[in-house]
Ligand binder design. Sequence first.
Ligand code: B1M
Length: 207
Amino acid sequence: MLEELSQKLVNLDEDQALTLVKKAISNSIAPLEIIDALRTGMDIIGQKFANKEYYISDMVYAAEIFHLAMDILTPHLQKTSTEILGKVVIGTAKGDIHDIGKNLVVSLLKCAGFQVIDLGVDVPPEKFIEKVKEIKPDIVGFSGLLTTSFEPMAETIELLEKEGFRASVRVMVGGGPVNEEWAKKAKADAYAKDAVEAVELAKKFCG
Ligand code: B1M
């Protein structure tokens, strides 16, 4: 069923994809497994876009279907803590408007008991710094789906250092082209490959 779901998303078949999401829930398939199937579909859509088989409008529509699927899935994500484990300021790097992955990280962090301040997309370094000053978070998280997201992430981390906040926050990075090497080069504390790993890392940082 999950493979079929990925395929329906790739085919941009909104009705069938959403019906399958509901069916998967009623068959007690874990929401995270359903999300994983949707992500697989998105990866294929990305490849098709890169191969010029799909247009940008196809990626826009796929993102809409993903959002609708998340509307169905979010109430089924279980809250695992009622106490606040820590504060996280998060956003998508400047110049980048991809937010599906970031939103997933935000949802799972909230379920795990973190207070999350989501700055949205295309966030300039100064806005991160302003929020860090105001909120004094435990963690700052950057999401970036474009290779060009590296510069603004590294720039923000440098600014955190310059403004004297670097020692008091842990910096976590993630998103499509991001990896361990990228994290090290940008002087982040950690890289998370997906939303589940992001929560595990956040717990470690605040534990
Ligand atoms: Co665009 N796009 N896109 N896109 N898009 C990619 C990223 C791309 C890889 C497609 C491709 O060519 N194969 C490519 C980037 C190439 C590159 O830089 N190397 C690309 C491009 C080129 C572009 C445009 C430049 C296209 C154009 O205009 N010519 C343009 C850029 C706009 C901009 O940002 N300035 C663009 C636009 C768009 C849409 C707006 C149409 C739409 C986004 C809609 C939205 O987000 N609201 C879109 C989409 C949908 C995609 C793909 C197909 C899917 C992304 C996605 O949502 N995946 C994508 C292809 C791909 O990723 N394979 C592609 C599902 C999501 C659940 O996964 O975001 O990876 P992901 O998040 C995961 C993990 O990465 C991790 O956890 C998440 C959940 O497990 N994670 C974190 C994410 N953030 C984290 C933060 C953390 C920790 C973990 O800590 C803080």
